[in-house]
Write a protein that binds this ligand. Structure first.
Ligand SMILES: NC(=O)c1ccc[n+]([C@@H]2O[C@H](COP(=O)([O-])OP(=O)(O)OC[C@H]3O[C@@H](n4cnc5c(N)ncnc54)[C@H](OP(=O)(O)O)[C@@H]3O)[C@@H](O)[C@H]2O)c1
Length: 231
């Protein structure tokens, strides 16, 4: 049994990962911004098991992160999936939204790692989440593309700083069954038709990639794209 913290575990990929790990007998702490919602998701994911707990944490408020995570540990693996979706065109640029997303993914991700560094097992790992927007921009993606590109760099710097703890990242393409893409069948079909595998990644695919990065002791400093080969 491993002790896992999933920051952004109340929805989408993070929630799917929490369910998978709890099902395998791991102990999971999952986070969202709202304490009651995090506790509710922990109850749903745990299905009556006692080794899953939900706590509140806002990565866009980085000064509060250490306090929110105090008392959490020991930790074998830290997975950070959290994001606030944003389309922010330079034609109609919102500085506030850009600052919030950059704070969340760059400062917030790093502050969460910093807060848990002393309770991370030397044989453990950190898995960050970026996305293929780092290489494949679209109108309105300047901040998303920049912060997902920053995740590539953070893997290098954090793996240097945290050694022997391994640090890797998953960069998904469109993940067809995430809530983010609900009701957007036309977009999904358009991307699927241009994907060499003829299918889009699913949350199960991303969970499989994440578990691989967490557990393979020789895999370190890897930025793993999981998108069916479409860039
Ligand atoms: N889905 C895709 O197709 C796709 C494609 C490329 C990359 N990705 C990347 O994969 C990761 C997961 O995506 P997803 O679609 O599964 O996300 P999601 O369903 O939108 O879930 C986002 C999670 O982040 C949490 N969160 C949001 N704002 C937060 C904040 N300020 N502080 C802390 N937690 C916060 C949410 O919790 P609460 O709402 O409960 O606060 C939720 O648990 C993201 O990093 C995303 O960039 C996803």
């Amino acid at each position: 049994m491993a002790n896992i913290v999933i920051i952004g575990g109340t929805s989408g990929i993070g929630r799917e990962l929490a369910g998978h790990l709890v099902g395998q007998g791991d102990s999971v702490v999952l986070t969202g911004r709202d304490a009651e919602r995090a506790r509710q998701v922990a109850r749903e994911v745990g299905k009556g098991r006692h080794h899953v707990r939900g706590i509140a944490l806002d990565l866009a408020e980085p000064h509060e992160i250490a306090r929110a995570l105090s008392g959490t540990g020991p930790v074998d693996h830290l997975v950070i999936t959290a994001v606030e979706r944003d389309v922010n065109s330079v034609r109609d640029y919102s500085v506030d939204r850009a600052v919030r997303l950059a704070t969340l993914k760059v400062v917030g991700y790093t502050a969460a790692v910093a807060a848990l560094r002393e309770v991370l097992a030397p044989t453990g790992s950190v898995v960050l989440f970026g996305g293929v927007a780092k290489d494949a921009p679209y109108p309105g993606s300047t901040t998303v593309t920049a912060v997902n590109g920053a995740v590539v760099s953070m893997v290098r710097t954090l793996s240097t700083e945290l050694a022997p703890v391994r640090v890797n990242a998953v960069h998904p393409g469109i993940v067809s069954d995430t809530p983010s893409w609900s009701g957007q069948a036309d977009v999904l079909e358009s991307v699927r038709s241009r994907t060499p595998t003829g299918r889009l990644a699913t949350m199960a695919d991303i969970v499989g990639a994440t578990v691989f990065l967490m557990h393979n002791p020789a895999v370190n400093r890897v930025n793993l794209t999981v998108d069916g080969g479409m860039v």
